[in-house]
Every structure is written in structure tokens, then in C-alpha cells.
Design a protein around this ligand. Sequence first.
Ligand code: FES
Length: 144
Amino acid sequence: MENDRIPPERRRFFLIIMLSGIGAVLAAAASWPVWQYLAPRKGVGEKEKVTIPRDQVPLGGTHFFTFRGHPAVVLQEKAGVFIALTAVCTHLGCIIKWLPEKGEFECPCHAGSFSPTGTVLGGPPPKPLESYPVSVQDDSIVIG
Ligand code: FES
């Protein structure tokens, strides 16, 4: 009967393996929501087009909206000329705002500035704002 007993070292090893496995499963379960939040959304809305009524974008003014799951902005720079850009600053991702009196976009976080076409005018942003295709169809602006 004594020979059937499992030695304490072996039991300890088995216990460590079991607890490690349970710990790994719990860690994976806890980090899954974080992974889902941070992972890029592939395929969702990639072909998406957004239609905005033309009267929502006044001359010299902007309209902010969501495009492919991210903040975006459309500007009517000149009569009938619309420019659509990401509204996410290329520095650290703050949302830009339009300054009509200056005719440029400004990032409120570190004072980065962009031209109406998204070119970097100053501050720390390392690259221009991404632009999106725009077409005007009757009384609508179609982005994408
Ligand atoms: S996040 Fe826009 S300038 Fe830093």
C-alpha cells in the first residue's frame, strides 16, 4: 500500500502545473476584452461610404462625422469644393478642431496644426492627415 502513494515532489509538480494552467486561462480571459478593444477592425466598414447632406457643410465650415469607425471631418474650403480628412491627429491621436478664423485645423493636445488639405503646418505631428475621396451627388456629399 505504501508503494501506491505519490511522492510529495511529484504531487507538488502536478499542483504547480495545474495552477499555472489555471492562471494562464484566467489571464487570457481577463485580457480578451482589452485585445478586442485595441485590435483593428478588419473588414468592418472597409467599403463603407458616408453620405452627408450638402447643407450641413457651410462654405468655410466643417462637419465632423464617423468614417469607418473613426472620427473624420469634411470641409467646404471653396464653394462646391469639399475635402474629407481623418479627424485624428497623426501625433498622438487627439481629435483636431477647425479654426475658421485661421483657415486651418488645430490639435488641442500639443498645438499641432494642419492646412485645409491636411498638410502639417506646425507642431509635432509627423505626417499629414489621411484624406478620403469625396464626390458631390445632387444635394449630398459622398465620402469613401
Ligand atoms: S496629439 Fe496632436 S499634436 Fe500631439
